[in-house]
Design a protein around this ligand. Sequence first.
Ligand SMILES: [Zn+2]
Length: 411
Amino acid sequence: MCSALILWALFGWLAEYSFPVGESIQLLLSCFHGTVSTKVNKLQKQLQDTEFISQIDNQEQIKKLNNLDFQAWLYIEVLDKLGKNEAECHKKITKTIEILKQKKAEILEELEPRRPKNYRLFKRIHNFFQDGNLTRTEKELNRIDKILNDLVCAAKKSSPSPDIIQDLLNDLYLAISQNAENIRPKKIGLLYKFGELLNLISQKEISRFDRQELDNYYESTINELKSQRQVFSTELKKLLQEKYVQEQELEKLNKVIAEGDIEIAKISEEFKRYREECKSQNSLVDNLQSQLNVANQKLIALQADRKSILNRNNQLIKDINQKQSEIDSLRDKYSAIRYLEGKYIGNLSNKSSKYHFNEKCRDWKMLVAEYVLDLDGSREIINSSQSNIFRKNGLEACQFCANQRKNKKKK
Ligand SMILES: [Zn+2]
């Protein structure tokens, strides 16, 4: 870079060079901001768009052309460095470099005849030293690059013509013969290959065909188109058939959908009715539920009543059983009771005892109790409505009882 700056300074002094200070500073600053690719892209586009009209005697234009030449060199070098780092943009950068090279060639073509003699001498010295630093392959590639650039410039300048390719081929083969000693056959083969490509394009280019060739070409093209048409026609037929089948299917589907719609409408109506019914059923159910609740409450109350009645019933049964057992025990107890048949009573076992017939008599009371309760089975106590049985068995009447009867009669 330092050697380049020194050369610029020297060239500037010799050829009134105008060093592109502004652009260089902008690029330098963009290096620090990391926006160098954007900046160089913007600047190179400005350079591409710069137009100049040839003004041989205008010294100011020489300065401007020098400046543009250096700008082109600067941008090519920066883009070349960027291209190494960004593989994705490689194609784009290469293309841009080629455009800039062409621009540089246009500028130099305008500039070279106006250079002072001392500059041209210095340039030759510079080129000599510069070439001394390059390898043979690099030198050969530079020559090939220059030949191709010259061809591009020539093509650009040429007016439209049917012989343009042939003219370019002539230029190319002339350049090859001029450089035959300086470029090895292995490398010069590239230029021959390029010539072959141009030749092939020229041969295939339709405007060069004669009447017969054109007829043959058109016939083969028409035949190819016919066969393609046949293929497309078959395809179309197939597609139409498929379309017909699809339409039939679609029609069926539409029918099914329409039926489905009717069905859905019916179901919707049914559902609406069902919902109404449900509503009334629900109110009925609510009503029935409340009735059921009331009935349940009644049932619970009745069940409670039933339970208490059952309890009472059980208690009564218990009481009855108890009374029954009491009655039974009483019946057992009083089964031996005998009833009085008359008021006369006496003990036939004791012949010397008296018989009694007055309720106030203590002995009568005692004998009656013994007789009724059958207290002593060993004593033969007899009860009768007549006194005869006692008198026959030798028993006499009780004096107290007799007295009580007399007192009663007196009254
Ligand atoms: Zn008595």
